[in-house]
Design a protein around this ligand. Sequence first.
Ligand code: NAG
Ligand code: NAG
Ligand code: NAG
Ligand code: NAG
Length: 506
Amino acid sequence: MALAWQYPLFCLLLVLLLLYYPTSAQISRNISLGSFLRAENTDSYWASPSGDFAFGFHQIGTGGYLLAIWFDKIQEKTIVWSANGNNMVPRGSKVELTKDGHFVLNDPAGKEMWKAELFGSRVAYAAMLDTGNFVLATEDSRNSWETFDHPTDTMLPTMTMSQPIKLVARYSEANYSNGRFQLTLQSDGNLVLETRAFPLDLSNAAYWSSNTIGSGFQLVFDPSGSVYLTAKDRSPLKMITSNGGSTKDFYQRAILEHDGVFRHYIYPKNPTISSARRPSEGWSPMSTFIPSNICTAITQLAGAGACGFNSYCKLGDDHRPSCLCPDGYTFIDPDDVMKGCKQNFLPQSCEESLSETDRFDFRYMPNTDWPLSDYEIFYGQTEDWCWEACLGDCFCAVAIFRNGGCFKKRVPLSNGRMNSSITGMALIKIRKDNSTLSLNPSSAALKKKDLFVLILSGFQKALLFQDPVGGLRPGPHCPAPHLRISVEISHNGPAVEHVGSTATVD
Ligand SMILES: *[C@@H]1O[C@H](CO)[C@@H](O)[C@H](O)[C@H]1NC(C)=O
Ligand SMILES: *[C@@H]1O[C@H](CO)[C@@H](O)[C@H](O)[C@H]1NC(C)=O
Ligand SMILES: *[C@@H]1O[C@H](CO)[C@@H](O)[C@H](O)[C@H]1NC(C)=O
Ligand SMILES: *[C@@H]1O[C@H](CO)[C@@H](O)[C@H](O)[C@H]1NC(C)=O
């Protein structure tokens, strides 16, 4: 390990000067056949000649070791590539450039966990380059495999992506498993951001596109610090992120982050430059990122949207999305908000005879919507009407009232977002208390009795019998479901109007 320090510095510099040519041969020091690294307590790695990048094992919390490339001269040791994000390996695992030129990661028992897929030409040595590219090269210094051709979620300056290729966002900030979003340079030349059919390696649908079908060719991270699409003649076609300043003064990376946003970050190599250009140290994002509002960018039939099911997404002042639960809902897993929110109350009973309408209430949330979760839509109604329609409907979890439109939503709610441009009011239905009807034996008896009465006496009588039973009496906001259904069935006219009139009667 740490072969970098086997050479005196001046030799290293000499080699650097002699062998510096721009493409595959930017190699100053060879990792020879038979070399290996072992996952140990301290990070074990091969550094690039400048020391800017390192290739090796990086311990991730207590989860195990990631075979990765990272910025080694900065405190954060930011990871830019990894081999086994879905499959961390334990201490004692070994990555080896074998004598016969294979590059393999084995666990301590010798089981193969990952390997570089090589085709044809025989590998003679490996090298960690100063660009952040780790290469397996042939005798005549051609790269037969390189991490720049197999990116994970990050692009680095001098890297070019050729179609078809994709970046896959990690699951969360500290979890390097494949996540929910990908950036794909399609064979048709279009660059798209897509949601993934997690946990499968398939895409759902695009939420951003470069609109370059037929004209886009490669995605280039220019050494001058911008990411752009090229046309087939290699001329710049479309800027993706703005110029990040010179790569001489700043470390740079462009990453599809776990929240589905493609961001370009810079990091001052020399702190004095940072104070001139930027107040803070560390990685700072360029002001353009894609999409500009992830919360509103994703509106898809399949999947949860930018956040988990039953949650909503709100863009913060830092332009980062937050996933939040509406009132009455809590995170399924507070450590993994993308798992979504659950109702922290028993759902409304759908037994008509046990109408629970007076046990429920609404919380008001302005500027909030869950598009595509509608199962019933009514126009030309009042907010009161919408309120009552949702309250009396056991399927209704949320109603959105907007300009006379009443949109009943079912769970799980998806594509939730809060944005000041969203008009109208979201009515979140929640149970007033934690009473558990299903666990109450007397309610089971009540159910049977009610059913009996219902069969004998018909709708109106059933309603009368319900009245004396505590808590089940239809109140002013509780249109009796029986009555409503009978009205809907017995009229062929616009049922909505009739429901509206019955709902206000009591
Ligand atoms: C990362 O997330 C995936 C998906 O939820 C999970 O299966 C895996 O256990 C997580 N890995 C770690 C190290 O927490
Ligand atoms: C690396 O190995 C190749 C092939 O053996 C050789 O041509 C090249 O000079 C070596 N580079 C260094 C820096 O040793
Ligand atoms: C979100 O609200 C902001 C502020 O009103 C507005 O500028 C922006 O266009 C809205 N975004 C969308 C996608 O509607
Ligand atoms: C209902 O139960 C949940 C979880 O058991 C609890 O967090 C919540 O405070 C309870 N709400 C009321 C109104 O008692």
